[in-house]
Design a binder for this molecule. Structure first.
Ligand SMILES: Nc1ncnc2c1ncn2[C@@H]1O[C@H](COP(=O)(O)OP(=O)(O)OP(=O)(O)O)[C@@H](O)[C@H]1O
Ligand SMILES: [Mg+2]
Length: 313
């Protein structure tokens, strides 16, 4: 089981999140864990449960993988005959995690209807089992996570503001790996060491130039991507010194920004080019403005400013 000690990182923003997480672990307050993909949201949820000392289980549900029609019965359970096809009674995950923790991952994916029921449970502790007239009191700690911007989802009326405020009592926002640039080297050594041991291989070493290159890379997949990278290096380069030339292609794009584009003799329309590049960045990042801004070397605010200027949606 994951503990806080397994969560590596020295960066001050990261350390502050861990400090807050330790403080809230012993309470029953609902938590919203924010952060890009691969920043450690699930690991943090597990560590909070472990540190809470709760006797019940830790159960994780990915709300994105729950078909809308089943979500309510999955969470709250149902009695036999509650709906067509309910041939047996089924315990909900909230009850299954009684005296423990239920981790609702990708909470932004729940339908508005289920969001309303969840809010009711959070406020009263009452679990409304489908097909049952009497609610049951259940004592389950709820942790939630998302890599979406729920404030935007609220504006688009896809997420309930009241639930958001309820979840957001203690927000824990994990920094992206790029925001933790000073941790990259330590994580690189730590993962390489661990993985070499797992595979019973001699660990590779990284030259100074390689480390510089790795530190300037954007790491869109964050710590998960860094760990996978280390795994690949351990397997392919066991015992060797890794130079920049041994790095996969994606590690080059941002270190040579001046020579990637040659102005044709006929010139270009800078505005058209800019619009096209911004659109490509948004497409590549599935509309995630923070990531798109990063691909373009802009702050999110600057990107939003330019999108507005060119009426890019
Ligand atoms: N602080 C950390 N220390 C060590 N390893 C970490 C840390 N954070 C993340 N990892 C590694 O990254 C992997 C991904 O972490 P996790 O599944 O918690 O990310 P996530 O934020 O839930 O991502 P997603 O949004 O894609 O579900 C873990 O399996 C682990 O190997
Ligand atoms: Mg996750």
């Amino acid at each position: 089981m994951m503990t806080f000690d397994n969560l590596l990182g020295k960066n001050s923003q990261f350390a502050a999140v861990i400090r807050a997480a330790r403080l809230i672990a012993k309470t029953d307050v609902t938590v919203l864990i924010l952060g890009e993909s691969g920043t450690g949201k699930e690991l943090l949820a597990q560590a909070i449960h472990q540190y809470s000392g709760k006797q019940g289980s830790f159960i994780a549900i990915n709300c994105a993988a729950l078909p809308e029609a089943l979500a309510e019965s999955e969470l709250f359970g149902h009695r036999k005959g509650a709906f067509t096809g309910a041939t047996d009674q089924q315990q909900g995950r909230i009850q299954a995690a009684q005296n423990g923790t239920l981790f609702l991952d990708e909470i932004g994916e729940l339908s508005l209807n289920v969001q309303a029921k969840l809010l009711r449970f959070l406020e009263s502790g009452e679990c409304q089992i489908l097909g049952s007239t009497k609610p049951e009191m259940v004592n389950t700690r709820i942790l939630t996570a998302t890599n979406r911007n729920l404030e935007i989802e609220i504006q688009q009326q896809k997420f309930r503001a009241d639930l958001y405020y309820r979840l957001n009592i203690v927000p824990l926002e994990l920094p992206s790996l790029q925001q933790r640039e000073s941790d990259i080297e330590m994580l690189l050594y730590e993962f390489t060491k661990q993985l070499a041991k797992n595979y019973d291989l001699v660990q590779p070493t990284y030259s100074k130039a390689t480390i510089k290159q790795l530190r300037s890379y954007t790491w869109p997949g964050n710590i998960r991507e860094l760990r996978n990278f280390c795994e690949r290096m351990v397997i392919l380069n066991s015992g060797k010194i890794i130079e920049p030339t041994n790095l996969p292609r994606e590690f080059y794009s941002i270190s040579i920004p001046n020579s990637t584009f040659n102005l044709p003799d006929a010139g270009v329309c800078l505005k058209t080019l800019e619009i096209s590049i911004i659109k490509q960045a948004l497409k590549k990042t599935y509309g995630n403005q923070t990531k798109a801004a990063r691909l373009l070397g802009l702050t999110r605010d600057t990107l939003l400013y330019r999108m507005k200027k060119y009426a890019i949606k």
